[in-house]
Design a protein around this ligand. Structure first.
Ligand code: NDP
Ligand code: OXD
Length: 306
């Protein structure tokens, strides 16, 4: 019996070592060298090729290698009834907080402009931008922690989520209150899961509801953004600029117009990276739970899609 790792384009040595450190009895097969598919009872996946999971006749459960599970749900060959889970880790929260704060402050204090000016030996003071109101779309594991973090640093914070939340010192809005949520914010952070409902949510209509030309920080999924609408919103100053970590196609193609837009900062899907040690801890626990037919830790609700 074994765990299969389907993590194309990733080095797997550290994850294998971390899993074996927790349980040296586990046998691990690494895609594409799966020699004994019938022995696979548990699969760990990250943007795996479609229709591979249904080759494992004895599969009992699946784990995402990260926080998102859109790549699992998008597999047309995802076996029905097989439970799957995602990774929730302290280090993801810490990295995400740090990334978003850096993006906000870079924009607020015009650092990209100063880097540019330095390369031209150009001494041109630019004052700090006013407005400290951050709106977070998604108040889950990452969004809620970010809300507390920014609030403790003195930002005004609002949050928007599917269901209404009560969080001290944070203005919270539920799904039918998007307009009110968007109206006053200076920074808009997307930390939603990618689902049918949230696909392309950052579009022209939403941007037109923002009244203070907020700076967009998308650290969720590229498919949340309608690229052409974002470019138009920046050109018409509905959105003052954007820091984008995720894209519809990754790596972002060299010809994509985002590369040429001064108001857009691009990072290569690096906001919060799963640590192999933390992932291994949850993978091994879930492997053993699945063998006993028990619910998984951080199991996904298939109906909700997150
Ligand atoms: P969670 O599942 O914990 O939280 C999701 C939040 O989004 C919940 O508050 C949920 O509302 C809300 N939500 C879901 N659907 C809707 C909707 N239709 N309308 C309004 N609110 C909605 O996710 P995480 O916080 O763990 O992660 C969020 C995403 O961040 C991941 O799915 C992943 O895509 C991305 N990510 C990106 C990384 C990077 O490096 N760029 C790293 C890690 C994650 P409710 O609480 O009411 O259910
Ligand atoms: C994740 C990610 O979902 O890195 O963990 O995007």
């Amino acid at each position: 019996m074994s765990i299969a790792l389907l993590l194309p384009n990733r080095q797997t040595d550290d994850l294998v070592e971390a899993i074996l450190k927790r349980d040296p009895t586990i046998s691990i097969q690494i895609y594409p060298d799966i020699e004994d598919p019938d022995s696979v009872e548990f699969a760990v996946v990250w943007y795996h090729p479609d229709n591979e999971l249904n080759k494992f006749k004895n599969l009992k459960a699946i784990s995402s290698y990260g926080a998102g599970v859109d790549h699992i749900l998008n597999d047309p060959g995802l076996p029905e009834e097989i439970p799957f889970a995602r990774i929730v880790a302290k280090s993801l929260i810490e990295q995400m907080n740090e990334y978003v704060l850096t993006s906000i402050l870079n924009h607020k204090r015009s650092f990209p402009q100063f880097f540019n000016q330095q390369s031209q030996q150009n001494w041109l003071p630019v004052l700090a931008k006013t407005g400290n109101h951050v709106g977070i779309m998604g108040l889950g594991q990452l969004g809620k922690a970010l809300a507390h973090y920014l609030r403790n640093l003195g930002f005004k914070v609002s949050g928007w989520s599917q269901s209404k939340k009560e969080i001290e010192d944070i203005e919270t809005y539920q799904s039918d209150q998007l307009d009110a949520f968007l109206k006053d914010i200076n920074y808009l952070v997307c930390l939603l899961p990618l689902t049918q409902e949230t696909d392309s949510i950052l579009n022209q209509q939403l941007f037109s509801q923002c009244k203070r030309s907020p700076y967009l920080i998308n650290v969720a999924r590229g498919r949340h953004v309608v690229d052409a609408d974002l470019i138009h919103a920046i050109e018409t100053d509905q959105i003052s600029g954007a820091c984008l970590d995720v894209f519809r196609q990754e790596p972002l193609p060299k010809k994509h117009p985002f590369w040429q837009i001064r108001e857009i900062t691009i990072t290569p899907h690096i906001a919060a990276v799963t640590s192999d040690v933390e992932a291994a801890e949850q993978i091994v626990k879930n492997y053993h739970l699945s063998l006993r037919g028990k619910p998984l830790i951080n199991q996904i609700d298939r109906n909700k899609g997150y």
